[in-house]
Design a protein around this ligand. Sequence first.
Ligand SMILES: Cc1cc2nc3c(=O)[nH]c(=O)nc-3n(C[C@H](O)[C@H](O)[C@H](O)COP(=O)(O)OP(=O)(O)OC[C@H]3O[C@@H](n4cnc5c(N)ncnc54)[C@H](O)[C@@H]3O)c2cc1C
Length: 438
Amino acid sequence: MKRRSRRIDTDLAVIGTGIAGFAASLFACRRGLEVAQFGHSGAMAYTTGYLDLLGVQDGRVLDDPWDGLGALRRETPEHPLARLPDETIRTAFGLFTEALTEMGLGYTAPGERNLRALLPNGLVKSTLSVPQTMLPGCEALAQRARTLVLDFDGLQGFSARAFEANLAERWPGLSSARLTFPGMEDRQVFPEVMARALETRQTREALVDLIRPQLDGAEYVGLPAILGMQAPDRIRTEMEAALGATLFEIPTIPPAVPGIRLREGFERTMPERGVTLDPVLKVSRVRFGAAGATLTLHGAMEDIEVEARAVLLATGRFLSGGLRADRTQVSETLLGLPIRQTESRNDWYRKDYFDPAGHPVNRLGIEVDASFRPVDAAGDPVQDTLFSAGAILAHQDWVRQRCGAGLAIASAYAAVDSAAAHLTPEGQPPDRSVRSDR
Ligand SMILES: Cc1cc2nc3c(=O)[nH]c(=O)nc-3n(C[C@H](O)[C@H](O)[C@H](O)COP(=O)(O)OP(=O)(O)OC[C@H]3O[C@@H](n4cnc5c(N)ncnc54)[C@H](O)[C@@H]3O)c2cc1C
C-alpha cells in the first residue's frame, strides 16, 4: 500500500509527551499559540500521581519547599528550578493543577508547605500537590486516625500488612485486611483492571459491601489507587457515602492508575484545547531553517512533516530515550545537542551508592540559557527557535531531590514564556505567513 504523506503547520512543535511536554502544550495554548505535540506518553504511567516541587535538599527532607528553593539558589544556582523566581513556579504549578482539576482529576492547590504523602510500602514522602483522592491519607497520617488499609488477593506489589508493619510504631491506629476483589476471584489482579471495573455501579456496591464488615470503628479506609479512571473524585464520594467512612487512595508500584489517568486525561483534553497531538509517534529528525524547523515523523501508514516556527524539546532522560549513554559519553538522541561530559565514564558514579551527594551522571543533560534555549560550549544558543524543558535539563537530580513534576512544570512554563516572546514580540499575534525554509 502506498504511504500517505501529511504536512502540519504550527507555531510551536512540542517534542515529548511526559509531564513537561503536556505542561508546555497547555501553557502554549493559553498564550494563543498553535501547538503540535508528539511523543510516546507511556512513560507517564510510571508516576505515583504526586506532583513534587522539592522534597529533599542536601539530604534533608523538606517541609517547606520554598525555603528549600532559597537554599538551592544559593548552592546550585544553575539548577533549572533555581533559575526561576518563586512567583513563576507558583503560577506554573497553579495553572497545571487547575487544568488537571478541569479535566476531572482533582488536585490540591500548591500551598506553602509540602504534604506528607503515603507510598505503597508504608513509606512517606514530601510532595507539594496530591490527587484529591489521596489527600485524606495525608490527613489520616497527620492525625494518627483510626485507619484500615486494604489490599486484594492476587494483587502484586501492594501489601496492606507490610504497609501496616512499616508504619505501626508511629501510627498505632492503623490496621490492615485483605479482600477478594468482586468478580476477580482466584486470579492475579491488576490495578488498572480493578479501576476500570469500579467504573460500574454494581462493582462499587459489591466492594463497599465487602469493606463494611471490616471497618471495626475505622474512620478512614485506604485502598490501592483503583477508584476508577475518568472520575475518581466522584467514585470516591459515592463510595464514602455508602460506607460511612472516609476513603483514600495510596499509589501502587508502576505502572500505576494515577499516571494512567494523567495520560488518558491529557490525551483526551489536549485536542479539545486545539493541540494537534499524536501520543504514539516519535520525531525522527529535525532540521532548522531561517524561520523555524521542519520535523519528520514516520507513522505506520504515513509520513508527517511538521513546519514549526519554534520547537520545544522535552524528551526526558534515559528511560524515555531523550538521552543515551554509551561506553564513552552521554548524548542527546534527537538533535545531537552538546552535553558537558565528565572527564571519563569512571566519574559518572561515586563509590558509595548511597552517597548523599548523588551520582554525577544524574546531573548530566542539556545546558540552557536564561530563556531555556539549549546552548553550545561557548554558552550561545544552538538555535534561536529551540527551547527545552523537563528532566532532560542538566544540573538537577530529580529522583534524589524529589522535584520531578515541579522541574517539568516550571521549566515548561519558562520555556513557553520565552518561545512566546520570540513568536509574538510585543504581544503581537504570531506571523503565520513565515514558515521555515523547506
Ligand atoms: C517510577 C517513577 C515514579 C515517579 N514518581 C514521581 C512522583 O512521585 N512525583 C513526581 O513529581 N514525579 C515523579 N516521577 C517523575 C515524572 O513522572 C517525570 O518523569 C518527570 O517529571 C520528567 O518528565 P519529562 O516530561 O521531562 O520526561 P518524561 O516523563 O521522561 O517524558 C519524556 C517524553 O519524551 C518522549 N520522547 C523521547 N524521545 C522522543 C522523540 N524522538 N520524539 C518524540 N517524543 C520523544 C517520550 O516518549 C516521553 O513521552 C516519577 C517517574 C518515574 C519514572
